[in-house]
Design a binder for this molecule. Structure first.
Ligand code: ATP
Length: 236
């Protein structure tokens, strides 16, 4: 197996002095499709924030391609290939779609790539961020992160609050992103069914710890495993 692109080793992390994550060991491999599932407050967002440098690392190591990144600022981690699509979307409401994309561009990223993935954004390119629907805002948030050319993309509950038809479109986009065998896609979701349909591997979290890590197929075959580990069903 290839070396992991991301490794968390015995990580304790949280906000200020508070410890939220405890004893996290996690390796993510190039090209992997990982689902991260757990109840509200389980620590999923905190784990993504710890990878990005948005929370305080109290103990343990965070490595990217074998190098310690635990002391690096979020923008440096982003420059090294880690991209987060935050739950809050964080688009600029006063800028147009195109300006939002341009402000995130790195390297040889092009608007055409974003518009090929999201034709809807091309139609809306002169509209302000504030004028977009929830689904369009999520598309823009994803496209903005892609403009930074990440090879690990972290998606924090991207389907939350969106209509089923938009969720289906976004799942197709995630399939498309994951078809690049060098890119790893981490999908944090409350919609366990959608996440497991996408993923090859599933990490289940509860109370700031990883309580299960294994093939997504095992959870698809036996949904009681999900319930047993994190107290959620497939239809949450
Ligand atoms: N900025 C913060 N300051 C202090 N505590 C926080 C902060 N953000 C989250 N927490 C706490 O950290 C714990 C884990 O929250 P986190 O957001 O990581 O969970 P989650 O699994 O992503 O859940 P959700 O689905 O609700 O986003 C919760 O107890 C939450 O109250």
């Amino acid at each position: 197996m290839a070396d992991p692109v991301i490794e968390m080793k015995n990580v304790t992390a949280g906000y200020g002095p508070t410890h939220i994550l405890r004893g996290i060991d996690l390796a993510i491999y190039p090209g992997e499709r990982l689902a991260m599932i757990g109840r509200n407050g389980a620590g999923k967002t905190t784990l993504l924030g710890t990878l990005m440098g948005l929370t305080r690392l109290h103990d343990g190591q965070v490595q990217l391609r074998g190098k310690d990144i635990g002391d690096l600022q979020p923008f440096r981690r982003n420059g090294l290939g880690l991209g987060l699509v935050p739950q809050t979307r964080d688009i600029f409401p006063s800028l147009t779609v195109e300006e939002n994309l341009q402000s995130a561009m790195r390297g040889d990223a092009t608007l055409d790539e974003a518009y090929a993935l999201f034709p809807r954004l091309k139609e809306r390119r002169r509209n302000g961020g504030m004028q977009l629907s929830g689904g369009e805002q999520q598309m823009l948030a994803i496209a903005r992160t892609l403009m930074t050319q990440p090879d690990v993309i972290l998606l924090d509950e991207p389907l939350e609050g969106l209509a089923p038809v938009i969720c289906e479109q976004l799942m197709e986009v995630f399939e498309n992103l994951a078809s690049d065998s060098k890119r790893s896609v981490v999908l944090v979701e409350q919609h366990a069914e959608a996440a497991l349909a996408f993923a090859t591997r599933a990490v289940l979290m509860a109370n700031g710890t990883i309580v299960h890590d294994g093939p997504a197929q095992d959870l698809r075959d036996d949904p009681t495993l999900l319930h047993r580990h994190v107290g959620v069903g497939l239809d949450v």
